[in-house]
Ligand binder design. Structure first.
Ligand code: URA
Length: 437
């Protein structure tokens, strides 16, 4: 088969056959297809879409492109369940939710992604923890999930390798924002992880990949319907991404905020709403709880009691990170040499979150090219919430940068991304809706 014919068929709006899609998946996984052909097909799909059958065939093909995990012989006494986000800025939910869910009786084999487009990636953030391995062998991964209840790792070479390659190419070729490609990317990893159930965090707003609320709903429905084809029970929570989630955006800074949350020192209320809603949904979807209020209370107790922090510390050590990381994270995390407060006067009324994510890429915290090394220390902290009255005292954010010039530039990009008004804006909910499978 000539791959140029496959690209041409999709370029001209045709439907790809099972054989053509399998040829694509195989060529991704064994790297026989060159990047220019992969990116051309990705762009043709971006422009012309895919039918439900094409997307489902691509998803299942990609999920089987490497090892498929099986937990049936692992002797687990609870459900194997995970959550995945469609991508946002400041989204550090995974580091909180995985240990909370584990403390509540779930087993969470979380295979996360790197930064994609303007959004940050859990795998990159985890690499801010010195020594923490995001690519353990499968035996180690399974052992950690079995003994601790959770393991947050990156995509290994063996697991859904077709997605690993396509993901890296989409990241730098403006081909991320496609419902079939996002569906296939997320679900291929999750099906390969051998889950009993999945909870999706589908982002809505200026930092989401989907441009409108309706498109985010379409994405949620696409993921739920495609997962059902693979017998994976999935539900989706639609959450707000019209501003940075929490008070930080940038790899090491987000890990620091996550540890403050797990210590129960500081839980930003929007971040807390999202973590609790998703975690409670994991308990409901797996039948560990049948009442939302009870599920929420159980998740909260896991934080307040310190049990979630203990799980995180155990996971961290088991994957090569430092002992006592939750309590002592500050001494282990890289710090940028320059910090600079960004000021404005008036109410913060709106944020172009995509532009904030792009400012982090400009600082060196995200990729412009496949495989680029990141500066994990850079980003924004003390990020003001929409509705905050900004003045000489309360900044819009603090920039963490490698140099004065870069701090200056990122500060300007942040200001350009924000609208400041004289009147306070009306407040918006953090949790928009839930769609059950
Ligand atoms: N997360 C993924 O794993 N893939 C996407 O395409 C988007 C978000």
């Amino acid at each position: 088969m000539l791959f140029a014919d496959v690209i041409r068929a999709k370029r001209d709006g045709g439907e790809l056959s099972r054989e053509q899609l399998q040829f694509f998946v195989d060529g991704l996984a064994d790297e026989s297809l060159p990047a220019e052909q992969v990116s051309s097909l990705a762009m043709a799909v971006f422009l012309n879409g895919m039918s439900f059958d094409e997307a489902a065939t691509l998803t299942i093909g990609m999920s089987q492109s490497g090892t498929v995990l099986d937990w049936s012989d692992a002797g687990l006494d609870g459900p194997v369940v995970d959550k995945h986000s469609t991508g946002g800025v400041g989204d550090k939910v995974s580091f909180l939710l995985a240990p909370i869910a584990a403390a509540c009786g779930c087993y969470v084999p979380m295979i996360s992604g790197r930064g994609l487009g303007h959004t940050g990636g859990t795998t990159d953030k985890a690499e801010a923890i010195p020594g923490y391995s995001t690519a353990p062998d499968f035996e180690t991964f399974k052992r950690v999930v079995r003994s601790v209840g959770c393991a947050v790792i990156g995509q290994t070479a063996d697991l859904a390798p077709a997605d690993r390659r396509l993901y890296a190419i989409r990241d730098v070729t403006a081909t991320v924002e496609s419902i079939p490609l996002i569906t296939a990317s997320i679900l291929s990893k999750k099906i390969a992880a051998g889950l009993d159930a999945l909870v999706m965090d589908v982002k809505v707003g200026t930092g989401a990949f989907m441009p409108t609320y309706e498109k985010s709903v379409d994405l949620a429905k696409s993921i739920i319907a495609t997962a059902a084809r693979a017998d994976l029970k999935t539900s989706a929570v639609l959450t707000d991404m019209n501003e940075v989630l929490g008070t930080t955006a940038g790899n090491a800074l987000e890990i620091a905020e996550s540890m403050a949350y797990l210590r129960n020192d500081y839980r930003d209320s929007r971040l807390d709403d999202v973590v609790m809603a998703l975690c409670a949904e994991m308990l409901l979807v797996t039948g560990l709880e049948d009442d939302l209020e009870r599920a929420l209370a159980r998740c909260d107790k896991a934080v307040v009691s310190g049990q979630a922090a203990e799980r995180f510390d155990e996971m961290c050590v088991a994957l090569g990170g430092p002992p006592g990381f939750v309590a002592g994270s500050e001494k282990h995390l890289a710090k940028a040499p320059v910090t600079k407060a960004v000021h404005a006067a008036g109410y913060l009324a709106g944020v172009d979150v995509r532009a904030v994510g792009n400012a982090i890429i400009e600082l060196g915290g995200g990729r412009r090219r496949v495989g680029e090394a990141l500066d994990l220390s850079v980003g924004f902290s003390d990020v003001a919430r929409i509705g905050t009255l900004l003045d000489g005292e309360t900044p819009l954010a603090i920039v963490h940068a490698a140099s004065d010039n870069e701090a200056q530039r990122a500060g300007q990009l942040l200001l350009d991304a924000c609208s400041i008004h004289d009147e306070p804006p009306k407040s918006e909910p953090t949790i928009h809706d839930k769609i059950s499978g």
